[in-house]
Design a protein around this ligand. Structure first.
Ligand code: NAP
Length: 271
């Protein structure tokens, strides 16, 4: 697919990998709506304001590429918000050809210590959120007879790991959902793929994974991420948000790739 002038929606795009995906698409001449959660008193007011700023900043960075941009507050677990996010995207950036389901959360705890509410929260955002966004956009892409859906899964979805069971299960679900959708939407010229990043140094690590890993690996908190990369990545280096953006652009351009789960993991996972 020729990307210039096409329109995309990226969820969870206030920062981290989502922001880099939005910018990679914008650099290809794609108009991009960026969406992220916020408001409704879920977090402290200063966090909410910071999130609004981050989302607005992503939209401004997108616009600097000379394409249309829009910043949309939406919770991917709420179907009403999801449908209005899709409608707003079409209205504000002029269409919708590419959906990138990037929003995600993680909880780190062994199964015995994991609350039912934590399990539900992770599965709700990471798996049900992807389902709802795909469901809301599918009719539009089918009518258009052209589209790309890219779901950001994880190498943790290819093999479960101790301490992140809900996250691993949710991402395995995303890979499977991607395959089902690839079969259902393929006849309408809509490709559906997932990307499995390995280790990308975002708030998902600093805010959740690194503290547990530092104890497990016996290193200082500041060294936990790098030590994990060193021990588990054949290429010996972390992946960047931009690496994932590059993968999204590749899958958007590809006309004959559907149903795959592309590792961007420096060899940390090979199947
Ligand atoms: P991040 O910096 O935490 O970004 C995720 C964004 O999604 C945050 O802004 C988050 O907002 C937002 N979000 C959470 N729940 C949402 C909801 N219900 N509706 C809309 N937005 C929501 O993490 P990241 O590392 O960039 O992760 C992006 C994606 O890559 C995730 O799907 C993650 O699982 C995947 N991934 C990351 C890595 C890695 O090493 N970082 C590896 C493999 C896969 P709040 O934080 O304010 O809730």
């Amino acid at each position: 697919m020729n990307l210039k002038g096409k329109c995309a929606l990226v969820t969870g795009a206030a920062r981290g990998i989502g922001r880099a995906i939005a910018l990679a698409l914008a650099a290809e001449g794609v108009n991009v709506a960026v969406a992220d959660i916020g408001g409704k008193g879920k977090h402290a007011p200063d966090y909410e304001l910071a999130k609004q700023d981050e989302l607005a900043t992503t939209a401004q960075m997108v616009a600097q590429h000379g394409v249309k941009s829009a910043a949309i507050r939406a919770d991917v677990t709420d179907f009403t918000q999801v449908t209005s996010m899709i409608e707003q995207t079409i209205k504000e950036v002029g269409g919708l050809h590419i959906l990138v389901n990037n929003a995600g959360i993680i909880v780190a705890a062994p199964v015995l210590a994991l609350d039912e509410s934590q399990w539900d929260a992770v599965l709700n955002v990471n798996l049900k959120g992807v389902f709802l966004c795909c469901k809301a956009v599918a009719a539009h892409l089918i009518d258009q007879k052209l589209g790309r859906i890219i779901n950001i899964a994880s190498i943790a979805g290819k093999r479960g790991h101790a301490g992140i069971s809900a996250y691993s299960a949710s991402k395995a679900g995303v890979i499977s959902l991607t395959q089902s959708l690839a079969e259902e939407l393929g006849p309408f010229n809509v490709t559906v793929n997932s990307i499995c990043p390995g280790f990308v140094d975002t708030t998902m690590w600093s805010g959740c994974l690194s503290p547990g890993l530092s104890a497990l690996l016996g290193v200082e908190l500041e060294q936990a991420f790098d030590e994990n990369v060193k021990r588990n990545t054949p290429l010996g280096r972390a992946q960047t948000p931009e690496d994932v953006g590059e993968g999204v652009v590749f899958l958007c351009k590809a006309d004959n790739i559907t149903g795959i789960a592309l590792n961007i993991a420096g060899g940390a996972e090979m199947i």
